[in-house]
Ligand binder design. Sequence first.
Ligand code: AHR
Length: 497
Amino acid sequence: MATIHIDETRPLGTIAPEIYGHFSEHLGRCIYEGIFVKPDSGIPNVNGMRTDVVEALREIRVPVLRWPGGCFADEYHWKDGIGPLESRKRMVNTHWGGVVEDNSFGTHEFFELCRQLGCKTYVNGNVGSGTVQEMSEWVEYMTFDGVSPMAQLRAENGRREPWKVDYFGVGNENWGCGGNMTPTYYANLYRRYQTYVRQYHRDAPIQKICGGPNVDDVKWTKKVLKTCFAAPHPEDAHGFMDGLSLHYYVHPGGWKNKGSATVFTQEEWYATMEKALYMEELIRLHGAVMDKYDPEKKIGLIVDEWGAWYDVEPGTNPGFLYQQNTMRDALVAALTLNIFNSRCDRVKMACIAQMVNVLQAVLLTEGPRMVKTPTWHVFRMYRDHQGAKALPVEIEDAGTAGGLPMVQASASRMESGELTVTAANLSMTESRTVRLALANRKAEGASGTLLAGEAHAHNTFDEPKAVTERTLAAALEPDGGVSFTLPPCAVASVRLW
Ligand code: AHR
């Protein structure tokens, strides 16, 4: 039996709701078809946003949405995506599948989507192929309230009021698709570009995100911070940056041999789990460099691309990155989110890649049909962690599976005093009894939800509920502990009071 000890007396900090964020790129069928459809498509929508998709996303309380990329961001010229639809430029999406991008989803549509979702906005600017002026004008267009050329253009396009940009990314993967830059070169550009991300609303400043490392590239982190970290001035809470991004994808067989999303061996299962757990080490590695400059942890590590990346589904466009989503992905999400919760001292935002129809998507669509993936269920089961206080957990006798600790967990306390404990069993074959033990009090009640299934189980358009949440049998013990059984490949969410 595994015992999860939870200590309420030593909270680790607040779990930023943004840790449960999402990423949507102009890539494959993420934006077009997946989220945004032609009003006359026959698919129910509000101002082009699919009603089924928006409702499903509201249910998991999407806190923030990053857009328009990704690699697409460094090729995106925002003025192509404003104004009358018929005069918007048609261009080639050179990075993703070479398809026509008609720019029918642009700045106004993005803010409309976020309005419908009720989420914060994270806009990613173009450093790789865009100018400082272009970036600066975009910020002016979105946020300036007064007399200015961009505010006037916005009004001419039907929007008098400015929008709120919560986060602005200055470039994306500038070590790769965003311009193949060296860290020092990018860092100097970052200093320059971010200067013109003007703060027109001092009471609601834009949080600026600096382009960070790929996986374990600590050299990038060191050089970028050395060149462009500036401690916040006392009269201005913001220095040059509010966050540094990190991108990390789980490829079970490595970048060149990612493997199928639905057909995999036991060996590939455990390779996937091990790589998902590696996120903890990455936060430690980059966090240690950040600590040198920012010991008070004012700057967030922003893991704005994470998830499992497999071969595309057979017969689909290789540039569209469309993959199915099984219980294996539910475990990747559960392990990763548990790590983020426990490291909420440093991780202030994370965006799963990507929201719909691309990579580890929470939703898949096919024409008018939509399915919720096992990953969507994990986000639903974990939603009460958002904004709660993270609590330290220690796991005694976690057991082992594939050479890894079998049970992994995180816990938090809501303002109401109730606790949320999320626990995962990463064994492909063995179940494990789990006991929750509170350090300072006896639990008076418990209820829970379980997501479990055979490792390859997934939802399809014909069988959309093959994997779904069910009630967890959580037993309250006389000594105030709570016990339950975690079947193999399972995720549980338990509420304690
Ligand atoms: O999410 C797919 C791609 O992965 C993004 O466009 C890029 O930033 C990353 O390499």
